[in-house]
Design a protein around this ligand. Structure first.
Ligand SMILES: O=P(O)(O)OC[C@H]1O[C@H](OP(=O)(O)OP(=O)(O)O)[C@H](O)[C@@H]1O
Length: 233
């Protein structure tokens, strides 16, 4: 059987990490307690940071004249991406302020944990998503959703659908990793600001976890079998 390859589009403005990319873990600073459980490094911290700096420039250019930006950070894994992104946006905004801009872009940050609930109503199963924000917080605002990864796509798509009902002024998505997961193609979705298009492998680090471990790992890595066993719950 010929494997279907992921149809990466030319107009997607993101770095495509080719399938099969793997960097030797010994070539990077990694703590000993984690090193044994990592198969390889997929994207190093330095590369991530540089890309995030560029994403911050694109985002700042989009919102700097709009006065206020309302950011919705989807917890938990996006904390690391968001922290670095916000700090890069702030540097740009401070730079403009130092050069004489009268006001800085106002940024409002709202963290939210998306949860889903399965309701069995006798005949049908309904999956209900809970996005803990009110319509008042969204209506008419320039909303930027910050998320670490688009994998099966279900979290982002459901969040988008709920937020659209709240009538935002604009609604955009900053996503660090878009996975080449064939299942997500059905959504026909690509974020407005995307860092990397990555192979369909289970990734950890840079905020992402395996049973809550590895969130503190600086590089984006692929876990090995020993790691899966060791940190099994
Ligand atoms: O595209 P999808 O298949 O929906 O997957 C993406 C979601 O999965 C991860 O969150 P997770 O639910 O693991 O929670 P966490 O952020 O707390 O780790 C990730 O942070 C995204 O929110």
């Amino acid at each position: 059987m010929v494997e279907q390859s992921y149809p990466v589009q030319k107009e997607w403005n993101a770095i495509n990490i080719p399938d099969g990319t793997r960097f030797e873990k010994d070539h990077f600073p990694l703590s000993r307690n984690y090193k044994a459980y990592i198969d390889y490094v997929l994207i190093s911290e330095g590369f991530l940071r540089d890309r995030i700096d560029r994403m911050a420039q694109n985002i700042y250019a989009e919102y700097r004249d709009k006065g206020q930006l309302d950011i919705l950070v989807i917890m938990n894994s996006a904390f690391k991406f968001f922290t670095d992104l916000l700090s890069a946006i702030n540097k740009l905004s401070e730079g403009d302020f130092a050069k004489g801009d009268e006001e800085r872009l106002k940024i409002r940050v709202r963290y939210c944990k998306i949860t889903t609930q399965h309701l069995n109503l006798g005949v049908v199963d309904i999956e209900k998503i809970h996005v803990p924000v009110t319509k008042e917080e969204i209506i008419g605002k320039n909303i930027l959703v910050v998320e670490d990864i688009f994998d099966s796509g279900s979290t982002i798509i459901k969040t988008r659908d709920v937020l659209k009902e709240y009538e935002p002024g604009t609604l955009k998505f900053a996503i660090l990793f878009h996975k080449k997961n064939l299942k997500n193609l059905k959504h026909n979705f690509f974020g407005d600001f995307v860092g990397f298009i990555i192979p369909d492998v289970f990734v950890i680090g840079y905020g992402m976890d395996y049973n809550e471990y590895y969130r503190d790992l600086n590089h984006l890595c692929v876990i090995n079998q020993e790691g899966i066993e060791h940190f099994k719950q």
